[in-house]
Design a binder for this molecule. Structure first.
Ligand code: C2E
Ligand code: CA
Ligand code: CA
Ligand code: CA
Length: 279
């Protein structure tokens, strides 16, 4: 009877409770992920109007021993809640340093930019700045080539503190872009005071660009806002040539998306672009 009770309990567990249990378990597993080398950096290329590769965004992947590939949309929020994003972010910065150092010796890759995603919790960690500067010092890559992608949510609570840290890093040559632009609540006046180099048009506006006049209008406005502020602009989530054409007509100078390529392992990226016989 007891057993059946247990089964009944499981059968009637609401979807939400199950999801929460799964997440709690995943959060526990995540503690081992770094140590057991289950995290991997994927790269997705970024391209200019001529279709030339200009850099790449690093996107994390988690190879879970039982569940297979867990998407970052699932595990990054868990890492943020638990604080694990700090050691994970530290590991990511180290990987980025190694990668840029290895790119430096190859004429095909020495001017490629590498963009990494920085979450609020990681940015606010006291060791964030020193870890980055330390990484710069050890790997001696051109700091202009390391691009930090921040989201607007970072600016909501402690905008002036964030600006201070950005200034410090920017004075060392590191560059910044505002990710998912248009989905948050940035004060436009504030944009001018931050050492930003790039606005990144969110995928949600690119997706329906061709069918939805509002999205097209927003994309166009972001491009001109960026240009008026002296910033460059990149569109994410470009999947079709027609989207690329529309964005190009709006004056967007840089693109990223499945139309060009899906995120891929670092070795595959290197084989594709960084060998002398690469196309
Ligand atoms: P994001 O920074 O906005 O990254 C872009 C996401 O869009 C990536 O999803 C990418 O694979 C996907 N994508 C790129 N092109 C296309 C396209 O043409 N169509 C569609 N449908 N999707 C496209 P991914 O790799 O699953 O990453 C999801 C999110 O997880 C990222 O969104 C970012 O917020 C977060 N994330 C990933 N890696 C890291 C990391 O190392 N650190 C932090 N803090 N967050 C990360
Ligand atoms: Ca990003
Ligand atoms: Ca984005
Ligand atoms: Ca996005």
């Amino acid at each position: 009877a007891k057993l059946r009770g247990k089964n009944n309990y499981q059968v009637f567990t609401p979807e939400l409770a199950r999801k929460q249990r799964t997440e709690a378990r995943l959060a526990l597993d995540l503690r081992d992920a770094l140590e057991q080398q289950q995290l991997e950096l994927f790269l997705q290329g970024q391209f200019d109007q001529a279709g030339q590769l200009t850099g790449a965004e690093a996107l994390l992947r988690w190879h879970h021993p039982e569940h297979g590939l867990v998407p970052p949309d699932t595990f990054i929020p868990l890492a943020e809640e638990s604080g694990l994003i700090v050691p994970i972010g530290r590991w990511l910065v180290e990987q980025a340093g190694q990668l840029l150092a290895s790119w430096h010796s190859n004429p095909l890759s020495q001017s490629l930019q590498l963009a990494i995603n920085i979450s609020s919790r990681q940015f606010s960690d006291p060791s964030f700045v020193s870890d980055l500067l330390n990484c710069l010092q050890r790997y001696r890559f051109n700091p202009n080539l390391l691009h930090l992608e921040l989201t607007e949510s970072l600016l909501i609570d402690n905008a002036s503190e964030v600006a201070d840290i950005m200034m410090r890093l920017n004075s060392q040559g590191l560059t910044f872009s505002l990710d998912d632009f248009g989905t948050g609540y940035s004060s436009l006046a504030y944009l001018k005071r931050l050492p930003l180099q790039t606005l990144k048009i969110d995928r949600s506006f690119v997706r329906d660009l061709l069918n939805n006049p509002n999205d097209a209008l927003i994309a166009r406005s972001i491009v001109s806002l960026a240009h008026n502020l002296g910033l460059s602009v990149i569109a994410e989530g470009v999947e079709e040539q027609a989207q690329l054409q529309a964005l190009t007509q709006m004056g967007c100078g840089c693109f990223q998306g499945y139309y060009f390529q899906r995120p891929m392992p670092v070795a595959e990226f290197a084989a594709r672009y960084l060998q002398h016989n690469a196309r």
